[in-house]
Design a protein around this ligand. Structure first.
Ligand code: IMP
Ligand code: MG
Length: 184
C-alpha cells in the first residue's frame, strides 16, 4: 500500500478548523466546555482545533480500539483509556478524526450519555458520505469525503502515516522510496 491522491491539503485543513473553532467559540460562550478527543486518530485535530477555540476549555482523552480488520470497523469497541474525570453537568464535545460507519461514535455517545453531561455533541474533521450504518448526529463536520480509505493527519493504516500533514487516499501498490504522495 502507498500514499495516493491528496484529498484534503494541510492548508485546507487549517482553514476549515479555524472556521469550526470560531463556530464552536460562538456556540459555547459562557459554558463550561470539555473537549474529548478519541485517541489515537484525533490527536492532531484536537491540537489544531482547540487552538482555534477562544474559550477556557478543558481537554480530556479516551482511547478506544475496534476489533477487526485493518480497514474495516467491526462495531465492537473496547475502551483502552477512559476519561480522567467525571463529566456530569459539563458541556462535552467529542473531537473525532473521521466518522465512517458511525459505530464507534454510537458506542461512545451511549457510553458518555449515561454519565449525564449537560450536553453532548460531536465535531469531526472528516465524514465519509453515505457509509453510516447507524444514524449519528454530528454537529460540526470539517469535510465530507468519498468512501475511500484515507490516511494522514492522525489517520493510520496499520499504525503508520498518522504524521502526514494532509489527508490522502490509500492506494494499492509499492511505497516509493521517498514516501511522497502519487502525482505530487
Ligand atoms: P467507524 O466506522 O465510524 O466506527 O470508524 C471507526 C474508526 O475507524 C475511526 O475513528 C478511525 O479511527 C477508523 N477509520 C475509519 N475510516 C478510516 C479511514 O478511511 N482511514 C483510517 N482510519 C479509518
Ligand atoms: Mg478514530
Amino acid at each position: 500500500m502507498r500514499i495516493g491522491r491528496v484529498l484534503v491539503s494541510a492548508k485546507q485543513i487549517e482553514a476549515r478548523l479555524a472556521e469550526m473553532g470560531a463556530q464552536i467559540t460562538a456556540d459555547y460562550q459562557g459554558k463550561d466546555l470539555l473537549l474529548v478527543a478519541v485517541l489515537k486518530g484525533a490527536f492532531m485535530v484536537m491540537a489544531d482545533l482547540s487552538r482555534h477555540i477562544a474559550l477556557p476549555v478543558d481537554l480530556d482523552f479516551m482511547a478506544v480500539s475496534s476489533y477487526g480488520e485493518a480497514t474495516r470497523t467491526s462495531g465492537v469497541v473496547r475502551i483502552l483509556k477512559d476519561l480522567d474525570r467525571e463529566i456530569s453537568g459539563r458541556h462535552v464535545l467529542i473531537v473525532e478524526d473521521i466518522v465512517d460507519s458511525g459505530l464507534t461514535l454510537q458506542y461512545l455517545r451511549r457510553n458518555l450519555e449515561v454519565r449525564r453531561p449537560a450536553s453532548l455533541e460531536i465535531a469531526t474533521l472528516l465524514l465519509k458520505s453515505g457509509l453510516q450504518v447507524v444514524p449519528v448526529s454530528v454537529r460540526y463536520v470539517g469535510f465530507e469525503i468519498p468512501p475511500d480509505f484515507v490516511i494522514g493527519y492522525g489517520l493510520d493504516y496499520v499504525g503508520q502515516y498518522r504524521n502526514l500533514p494532509y489527508v490522502a487516499v490509500m492506494e494499492e501498490g509499492e511505497e516509493p522510496a521517498d514516501g511522497t504522495p502519487a502525482g505530487s
